[in-house]
Design a protein around this ligand. Structure first.
Ligand SMILES: *[C@@H]1O[C@H](CO)[C@@H](O)[C@H](O)[C@H]1NC(C)=O
Ligand SMILES: *[C@@H]1O[C@H](CO)[C@@H](O)[C@H](O)[C@H]1NC(C)=O
Length: 153
């Protein structure tokens, strides 16, 4: 019982730290409803919450890229990713588990958080991240674009 209270407070603190004002997703200024991504930039962290409009990223690529996305903090969230109206796919299954705090996106990718990696052709992209599973009602994830150099023989 006591442990649950401590865990809840801890979870609350972690999510707050990750996403700004916990009780004010409506006024989450650090992440607009539509954002952009730059190829070979750092991971971009974003927040989501049940009932909130899906997060969207608009950008143009002039080279082949991978789009990578990973859940952060408590394990168990899962996402469906669309480009324009086409489903690229979903992130992997991950059991809900809040015993580990996946703060670093690279560690989360390696450590069994729900992640996915998609190949993107060049052109205009309009990526929507739909939350499919969200055991904690809100959470945080990270997304990035990395350039790909195809091996031509
Ligand atoms: C949660 O993760 C911890 C650490 O990896 C593991 O020891 C534990 O068995 C997991 N719990 C569940 C319910 O999967
Ligand atoms: C991107 O997709 C959203 C949702 O489908 C749509 O409302 C918006 O107009 C699109 N933007 C562009 C630039 O295509």
């Amino acid at each position: 019982m006591m442990n649950n209270v401590v865990l809840t407070i801890l979870l609350f603190t972690l999510l707050s730290a990750a996403c700004g004002e916990f009780n004010g997703y409506r006024s989450l200024p650090e992440h607009p409803a539509v954002d952009t991504l730059v190829v070979d930039d750092e991971w971009k962290q974003f927040c989501f919450t049940t009932g909130h409009a899906p997060t969207r990223f608009e950008f143009r690529t002039t080279q082949f890229t991978f789009l990578e996305i990973t859940d952060l903090y408590c394990k168990g969230d899962q996402f469906g990713i669309f480009d324009h109206e086409s489903l690229l796919g979903s992130t992997g299954d991950a059991d809900s588990n809040c015993t580990e705090n996946g703060e670093n996106p690279n560690d989360a990718v390696a450590g069994g958080w729900s992640t996915a990696k998609f190949f993107l052709p060049t052109g205009n992209h309009n990526v929507t991240v739909l939350v499919l599973k969200n055991p904690y009602k809100e959470g945080s994830a990270a997304i990035r674009l990395t350039s790909v150099t195809p091996i031509l023989k």
